[in-house]
Design a protein around this ligand. Structure first.
Ligand code: ZN
Length: 244
């Protein structure tokens, strides 16, 4: 099986369309989405619809949850909150229901899908120490996570003190080895923060035991223009060009 793993789309339709077009050439059997379909970007409904049509399994992210549950917006800074409130107004009833129906974690065969970490969807896994929480809670040897918007992976074996951390902002191939566990972030489709503004996604080939992180150019000015036109905070549009 070949799986596509996408995460943190954040209402960025030009990025999502470009990624799905690239994946059309990758002989994908199943699409998996790690959440944060909405929030920040100007096309929440279009992104919800495309993910619904494409992904066999989709879990929810913290933005998806905050948009469908009142009170959660207090967790966000002023600009993220402004995006969240705008998104709430734009969402169709159907897409709101869909987001509200998503689970925070899923297991697909031998793969665990989570947003922030395996035990906590809101946790930012940025360090080897932090990754240990997920390795301790995983019942599979492979898990994918998002939330930080960094393309990277952690590798671990139970006799190691700490996982090894490998950051791959330019993309890369992770060859899975037996007796190790892996926690892999495919990076963000719609708002990368690892200093590379290219859209990020992963392909997992379970026969080759390989996960490839791809980075891809997309029409950033088009995404920014949509955000300016919608009256979203300009800083949220400008950061797309910087990958921060
Ligand atoms: Zn996110």
């Amino acid at each position: 099986m070949r799986y596509a793993i996408i995460s943190d789309i954040h209402g960025n339709l030009p990025a999502l369309e470009q990624v799905l077009a690239a994946l059309a050439d990758e002989r994908i059997d199943q699409y998996l989405c790690l959440g944060d379909i909405v929030g920040y970007g100007a096309s929440p409904n279009e992104c919800c619809q495309l993910v619904q049509q494409t992904a066999a399994i989709c879990i929810r992210g913290n933005h998806d949850e905050a948009i469908v549950r009142s009170g959660k917006e207090d967790w966000f800074n002023a600009e993220a909150r402004a995006c969240l409130l705008w998104t709430r107004q734009q969402l169709t009833e159907e897409n709101r229901h869909w987001l509200a129906s998503l689970e925070p974690i899923a297991q697909v065969g031998e793969i665990t899908l989570c947003h922030g970490s395996v035990p906590d969807p809101d946790y930012y896994t940025t360090t080897a120490q932090g990754a240990l929480h997920s390795f301790a809670a995983m019942s599979t040897s492979l898990a994918f996570f998002g939330h930080t918007h960094y393309a990277e992976w952690f590798k671990y074996r139970s006799d190691w003190d700490l996982p090894a951390q490998h950051s791959h902002p330019e993309g890369g191939i992770c060859q899975l080895e037996q007796d190790f566990q892996y926690l892999i972030n495919p990076g963000a489709v719609g708002q990368p923060r690892d200093d590379n503004p290219q859209a990020s996604f992963a392909v997992y080939d379970d026969e080759q035991q390989q996960v490839t992180i791809h980075r891809l150019d997309y029409d950033i000015p088009a995404a920014q223009q949509k955000m300016f036109a919608a009256g979203l905070p300009p800083s949220m549009a400008l950061r797309l060009a910087l990958g921060i």
